[in-house]
Design a protein around this ligand. Structure first.
Ligand code: C2E
Ligand code: CA
Ligand code: CA
Ligand code: CA
Length: 277
């Protein structure tokens, strides 16, 4: 509607209005979905590259929409961020991930850390630490089994990030920098931040087998992380070639379809049952 002729303006306006209405509807639906408990978590296993064993999970939210079916987060997280609904949604995710992890431990599954994504909005709220402490207390999960994934953009305000991360560390919660390499980070801050690991973004990993410059980037991220005594996990690992290269470079862990896609809780229980014997 935007390319041709004189009626551009009107068409564009109509388009714009349509988008605005669509957006409002989505915001409203998200809120309703939260009240109706339409959100669920899937869990993607993380593997130790040397042993091949499962060493953790990442909780990933999905929306079980009554009409649209299972909606992936890429289709609603941006709207949830924009509307602010990410805050109560993120709190639900945090609590549900802790609850599930504790339930697995109580059932005798090997205790493993669960990673939870934090959004910018959550990270900038004053009650963040309180909410995390509350989720841990109420689910009785030992804080060492919770890991929070933040992105480089959340560390732009270095002073604030530093004090928040210190508080999280005091709580006993581990922190990982997600999508590493895609944001601007001053490598300098990494030395000062009390974080445990870096997650190399999928965009560097997917073609390491035939893109020498991405292979070089991945190799240097791993070397730098190890110099700083950080663990490194590669995301989006899909092929055996990628696994071999990552092993060669000494990467610690991997997450991706090669190991397993994100699964509902029952799928994880089956997987760990098989692994156990
Ligand atoms: P992310 O944190 O980078 O999560 C990894 C994404 O990569 C997931 O997509 C996962 O399903 C996908 N993935 C895993 N292995 C592979 C692979 O081998 N190949 C490919 N092509 N993709 C793989 P998903 O579940 O659609 O989530 C997308 C993004 O939505 C996440 O990216 C994260 O930024 C956001 N997200 C998901 N759950 C939450 C949440 O609870 N809170 C917040 N704030 N964001 C979330
Ligand atoms: Ca993540
Ligand atoms: Ca990621
Ligand atoms: Ca990513």
């Amino acid at each position: 509607a935007k390319e041709n002729g004189r009626n551009d303006f009107q068409l564009y306006t109509a388009d714009f209005e349509y988008q605005a209405i669509h957006k409002l509807t989505l915001h409203h639906e998200l809120l309703e979905g939260l009240q109706k408990r339409e959100f669920i978590l899937h869990y993607q296993p993380q593997y130790d590259l040397a042993s091949g064993r499962i060493v953790g999970f990442e909780a990933l939210v999905r929306w079980r929409h009554p009409i649209r079916g299972l909606v992936p987060p890429g289709e609603f997280i941006p709207a949830a961020e924009e509307s602010g609904i990410i805050v109560p949604l993120g709190e639900w995710v945090l609590r549900e991930a802790c609850r599930q992890n504790k339930e697995w431990q109580d059932a005798g599954m090997p205790p493993l850390p669960m990673s939870v994504n934090l959004s910018v909005r959550q990270f900038s709220r004053r009650d963040l630490i309180e909410k995390i402490a509350e989720a841990l207390r109420e689910t009785k999960l030992d804080p060492k089994y919770l890991k929070l994934e933040i992105t480089e953009s959340m560390t732009m305000d270095v002073q604030r990030a530093l004090s928040l991360l210190k508080e999280l560390k005091e709580l006993g919660v581990d922190i990982s920098i997600d999508d590493f390499g895609t944001g601007y980070s001053s490598f300098n801050y990494l030395r000062h931040f009390p974080i445990g690991s870096l997650k190399i973004d999928r965009s560097f990993v997917w073609d390491i087998a035939d893109n020498p410059s991405n292979a070089a980037i991945v190799a240097s991220i791993i070397a730098m992380a190890h110099n700083l005594e950080l663990q490194v996990i590669a995301e989006g690992v899909e092929t055996i070639e990628q696994v071999r290269l990552l092993r060669e470079h000494g990467c610690d862990e991997m997450q991706g379809y090669y190991g397993s896609p994100p699964l509902p809780g029952s799928g994880i229980e089956e997987l760990l049952g098989q692994e156990g014997g």
